[in-house]
Design a protein around this ligand. Structure first.
Ligand code: AQP
Length: 339
């Protein structure tokens, strides 16, 4: 009798190359991916098609797409265990997205918080249609691979819920086709807040460069941004909702060090905000320094290897995606192409 390899559950996740990745992306998504990597069969995508929902500078977008892939690798994603690829290299994402669009409702899309936030200051006539329909493309990304878990930060949970609704609707209308995915939230760092306004989430496309820490920020920028981060006048380090700025810094330290924020608060309660902020900045610097070094090597000396990893990742993803898409074609009455 031969030993059958145990089939691992599939994990899919991605980040848009819309700006320089932040500590929010790192702690809310990438670090969590790395921690669970060995337990699952993983697909980690650079979702470049999502990035063009809002117009991008083409040269910048190309550069950032490679940088995001390099950050995945430098943070510890092992290309032997996990497929890393660019979304635009696997055409099944857009093909499935159209079929799901035909099974989605305007009402459910208009309830998406990200859509409401990003279209807030725009006139109806000028709101990009992609901003409205992009959660459907995200659903296609996930469902194509029969994904069981989607490790995301808190802000993306609503989109995973929509994905589940679309999958259930399709399965009920045609017959079981898609696995119903679940969001997988990190224990700490699920929502890293804006340094200038701790009631808002840290976002890479924010207009205020002091509001976020980039994964690639040099140490002096990290020290400056943390020292200027908005706190309160209470002056005692505590993990309390009345001190959202301090809470956020404690969450950052907790997510990096795998410790409880309450325990860290006790350790720093008597040291004053200045020393606490210095310790926080140093924790971030120590975590990011090796990642930054590796990213720089991958983007220069090892660029050929990086491109090869992306090509192999896309090949694997295409193979898996094709299987699902052929099934979907048959169910809805389209003729799958020969071959
Ligand atoms: N502040 C955050 N805290 C925890 N997790 C976060 N994520 C983003 N911001 C935080 C997680 O990062 C992953 C990728 O997100 P994305 O870039 O595809 O889109 P996003 O969620 O809209 O992230 P940004 O930084 O706010 O991008 P922009 O500014 O371009 O819209 C997701 O898993 C997300 O949860």
């Amino acid at each position: 009798m031969t030993d059958q390899p145990i089939k691992k559950s599939i994990v899919f996740s991605g980040i848009q190359p819309t700006g320089n990745l932040t500590l929010g992306n790192y702690l809310g998504a990438i670090k969590n991916w790395v921690q669970h990597q060995e337990a699952f069969e993983n697909l980690f995508c650079v979702v470049d098609l999502h990035a063009i929902t809002l117009r991008q500078n083409p040269a910048e977008l190309r550069k950032r797409s490679l940088e995001v892939a390099a950050i995945y690798l430098a943070s510890g994603i092992n290309p032997k265990e996990s497929a890393i690829f660019l979304q635009s290299h696997v055409p099944e994402h857009t093909q499935l997205s159209w079929i799901l669009t035909c099974n989605s409702y305007m009402g459910e899309l208009s309830r998406m918080t990200q859509y409401k936030t990003k279209s807030q200051n725009k006139e109806g006539e000028a709101i990009e249609a992609g901003l409205f329909t992009y959660p459907i493309l995200m659903a296609a990304d996930i469902l194509l691979y029969q994904t069981e878990f989607v490790p995301v930060g808190q802000d993306q949970v609503q989109h995973v819920e929509l994905t589940r609704d679309l999958a259930l609707r399709f399965n009920n209308a045609y017959s079981p086709t898609f696995t119903i995915p679940k969001a997988l939230l990190p224990k700490a760092g699920a929502k890293i807040m804006d340094l200038s306004d701790p009631m808002k989430k840290m976002s890479k496309s924010s207009d205020n460069p002091n509001s976020f820490i980039r994964i690639m920020d040099p140490p002096e920028d990290i020290k400056r941004k943390i020292s200027r981060s908005v706190t309160d006048s209470l002056g005692v380090v505590a993990y309390s909702p009345e001190q959202p700025g301090i809470m956020n810094l404690l969450d950052i330290m907790a997510a990096i060090s795998n410790r409880a924020p309450e325990e860290l608060a006790k350790e720093y309660q008597h040291c004053g905000y200045k020393a606490f902020k210095e310790a926080c900045a140093q924790t971030i610097i120590d975590e990011l320094a090796p990642v930054q070094q590796r990213v720089n090597t991958l983007l220069t000396k090892e660029r050929g290897e990086l491109e090869e990893i992306l090509a192999k990742g896309a090949q694997k993803a295409h193979f898996m995606a094709q299987k699902t898409l052929r099934k979907v074609y048959k169910k809805v009455g389209l003729i799958p192409p020969l071959g």
